[in-house]
Design a protein around this ligand. Structure first.
Ligand code: PEP
Ligand code: MG
Length: 544
């Protein structure tokens, strides 16, 4: 038995085979030791295999997401029949004596650069596709695990790191847990793991021999046991059963109010990233959706999701929530959440960069498609709109002007719309300092404590080296939360918390005493939070 330690981002136990995701193993040797004919044959067989994979993906997508969305795989398949592309690959193999991997990767880069320079938006967007197709072929050639990193058997995924877009594309029914070498507990990948209720460890040194071995991921003790001893396996199986029993007990709190012993009530909502998370929201009996991270729709897509595609998703969520509040945060892309088709420049300080509302206000086409989709969906439930990363009154007014423009356009066409509450995220110190002025512009605030902590403490939430300096309970952050609640209430705004701190049960009492109106947490955290709220008595002096 081998034991490795890390940092747990969700308490829980996962038991199953390990599966190493080798996405980085595509270093491509330039010169081949094989003959040109052999390299050409390798390329041809990888190309055929890639086309088979794409055909299968097309069929799967057709079933799951419809013809329009599935079409991308057909386009990819056709690209691998394109004469110019094939000639370029072959010529690099023949003239440079190169490996097929190098020839395909280089052709992919060259074609992508040429497409990216084109005026036509459709052709520009194909730059990402040609890169995708090329890396599929390179992965096949180098024997790396591609695309969905999980096989048929449910397993614990092991990787150097996982980007949010890789994470959203994982087949959740096959994922027992995550183990990563890098990553930080406030990254969006960690947030996704919490949403899915998946035990996960970060900062774990693993080696290739782990692939396929049985393991126990022990989130309580921040470690993983590879090839566990039989007694340990039995103990951990018991622990897992106990967890399931506790979860079942919590289910007994369903339909109970979130009210303290002395009668103070608070709303408990859930955070989601995807329409498919709504099942978890209902299962855990959240009172609404306090944060729909809409950018995950973009991360899960090969190209800008159209207004109609987004409308279908928002409508589904609004309808399923059947009149309960659904707060849709407008696109918060940038920083660690990157989708290649946005073609965003590399930045020195991405967390302080071109992201979220800054992109939306300068790319009105993208913003308007989303706002129209949300407004259309508002006819099917109780939908609110929330703007992220706000730092000024001007930004809110500009965003509201664009929203009004969308409303006018839809009204002229006779499209039905419901009432839409407007709010902002408070996640910059600037927004806290201006909270009185900002509150005049909107109906609610939601504190994004993940970013607010990052910007207040000047600690990059992505950097695991800074964990030792990161104090989630830093008095500066708590004071900012209090100030925001007071300013919001002075101007008739309700105030919630949708950052990870909202689920911190050691702060629930503090938040209630501050007068926070709503806490929005990952779906599995809803019932433990309800249990905590119901155990508090605010009429008693707080414990020192
Ligand atoms: C936050 O910053 O606290 C927040 C809820 O938004 P995100 O984690 O998606 O940046
Ligand atoms: Mg944020």
């Amino acid at each position: 038995m081998q034991v490795a330690t890390g940092k747990s981002i969700l308490n829980g136990v996962a038991i199953g085979p390990l599966r190493i995701y080798r996405k980085e193993e595509t270093q491509t040797a330039v010169s081949s030791t094989l003959t040109v004919a052999e390299e050409l044959a390798r390329f041809d067989s990888a190309r055929v295999k890639a086309q088979e994979q794409l055909g299968a993906l097309y069929e799967k997508a057709l079933d799951e997401v419809g013809e329009e969305n599935a079409a991308i795989f057909e386009i990819h398949e056709m690209m691998l029949d394109d004469d110019d592309y094939l000639d370029a690959v072959k010529s690099i193999i023949e003239t440079q004596g190169a490996t097929a991997e190098y020839a395909v990767a280089t052709t992919g880069e060259n074609f992508a650069a040429a497409f990216a320079d084109m005026e036509d938006a459709y052709m520009k967007a194909r730059a990402t596709d040609i890169k995708d197709v090329s890396s599929r072929v390179v992965n096949i050639l180098s024997g790396a695990t591609e695309g969905n990193a999980l096989g048929d058997e449910p397993s614990i995924l092991v990787a150097d790191d996982l980007t949010p877009s890789e994470t959203v594309q994982l087949d959740k029914s096959k994922l027992l847990g995550f183990i990563t070498r890098y990553g930080s507990s406030n990254s969006h990948t960690a947030i996704l793991a919490r949403t899915m209720n998946i035990p996960a460890l970060i900062g774990v040194e693993y080696d290739d021999s782990w692939d396929g071995k049985l393991a126990v991921l022990d989130g309580y003790n921040h470690c993983v046991y590879v090839d566990p001893a039989p007694e340990l396996l039995t103990t951990m199986e018991e622990k897992r059963k106990e967890d399931l029993k506790q979860e079942a007990l919590l289910q007994g709190l369903k339909k109970k109010p979130n009210v303290t012993l002395d009668g103070k009530e608070i709303k408990v909502y859930a955070n989601i990233g995807n329409a498919s998370d709504v099942g978890l929201v209902l299962q855990n009996d959240a009172g609404g959706i306090g944060l729909f991270r809409s950018e995950f729709i973009y991360l899960d897509s090969q190209d800008f999701p159209t207004e109609d595609e987004q409308f279908a998703i928002y409508k589904r969520v609004a309808e399923t929530m059947a009149g309960k509040k659904v707060i849709i945060r407008t696109l918060d892309i940038g920083a660690d959440k990157q989708a290649s088709y946005f073609n965003l420049d590399k930045e020195e300080n991405p967390a302080l960069g071109y992201r979220a509302i800054r992109i939306c206000l300068t790319r009105k086409d993208i913003f308007k498609a989303q706002l129209r989709a949300i407004l259309r969906a508002s006819a099917y439930g109780t939908v609110s709109i929330m703007f992220p990363m706000i730092i000024s009154v001007r930004e809110i007014r500009d965003a509201k002007d664009i929203l009004e423009e969308c409303r006018r356009e839809l009204r002229e066409k006779g499209v039905p719309m419901g009432e839409v509450e407007i709010g902002i995220m408070i996640e910059t110190p600037a927004a806290v300092m201006l909270a009185d002025e900002l509150a005049e512009e909107v109906e609610f605030f939601s504190l994004g404590t993940n970013d607010l902590t990052q910007y207040t403490l000047a600690i990059d939430r992505q950097n695991p080296k800074l964990d030792a300096f990161y104090d989630a309970h830093h008095p500066a952050v708590l004071r900012m939360i209090r100030q925001t609640v007071e300013a919001g209430h002075r101007h008739g705004c309700w105030v919630g918390i949708c950052g990870e701190l909202g689920a911190d049960l050691t702060l629930t009492e503090t938040f209630l005493r501050m007068g926070v109106d709503e806490l929005s947490v990952s779906p599995p955290a809803v019932l433990p939070l309800r249990k905590k709220i119901r155990s508090l008595d605010l009429s008693k002096e707080p414990e020192a």
